[in-house]
Write a protein that binds this ligand. Structure first.
Ligand code: SF4
Ligand code: SF4
Length: 198
């Protein structure tokens, strides 16, 4: 941690920005570690939730926004449920993603936001994730066409775990409602990005 504690690495107002946008009082975190202890994705994160909270408190924006932490968060809300200070940590993770999408910061692992985007597009247009399309699109965009194809992908395909064609929502009314829901989500997301930049 010592190398981060230099004046040039601190950004005045970063904590206040995250607190304002997430509506969470991050300064209340007293580093008990309960959030990280329960987080199923902590093992993949550059910084587990507890450490991320501390980095935000210190205003170390490059460390927070340049890490993969928020992108590995699966919004399970275990951390939020466990926090004795009633901080909605899952909401903070969402806020960090919105801040990154607003274009102010770079993320260290650019493949995760790409995966995120393809996953949601697949869900939006078919109503259920189309795994084969997801894998192929992701591999092509990330310039790694055979990633996980052999032997894992092939084995799953042969066992019928990956369908050749997507499943669609058959009921037109349900499909319309589904698309409406995504349209509302996109609208909300754009508002959040405007708020972040504003
Ligand atoms: S919401 Fe995200 S940060 Fe919190 S426990 Fe789940 S994966 Fe971890
Ligand atoms: S559980 Fe809450 S108080 Fe404890 S480290 Fe995590 S955010 Fe901080």
């Amino acid at each position: 941690m010592k190398q981060y504690l230099e004046e040039k690495n601190f950004k005045q107002g970063f904590r206040k920005d995250v607190e304002r946008l997430s509506k969470q009082k991050i300064s209340n975190c007293y580093q008990c570690g309960k959030c990280s202890a329960g987080c199923p994705m902590a093992f993949k994160m550059d910084y587990p939730p507890t450490m991320t909270m501390r980095l935000i408190q210190l205003g170390l924006h490059d460390e927070v926004m340049g890490s993969n932490t928020a992108w590995y968060c699966v919004s399970c809300e275990t951390c939020t449920t466990r926090c004795p200070r009633e901080i909605d940590i899952a909401k903070v993770m969402d806020t960090l993603k919105i801040m990154a999408q607003a274009g102010k910061y770079e993320v260290s692992d650019t493949e995760i936001p790409i995966f995120d985007w393809i996953f949601l597009k697949s869900l939006q247009y078919t109503g259920k994730v189309y795994e084969l399309g997801l894998i192929m699109t992701y591999n092509i965009i990330s310039l790694n066409p055979f990633k996980d194809v052999f032997p894992l992908g092939l084995q799953m395909f042969l066992k019928g775990k990956i369908a050749l064609f997507p499943h669609f929502i058959n009921d037109p009314v349900a499909m319309w409602e589904h698309l409406e829901m995504f349209s509302k989500i996109h609208k909300k997301q754009k508002e959040k990005i405007r708020e972040t930049n504003g």
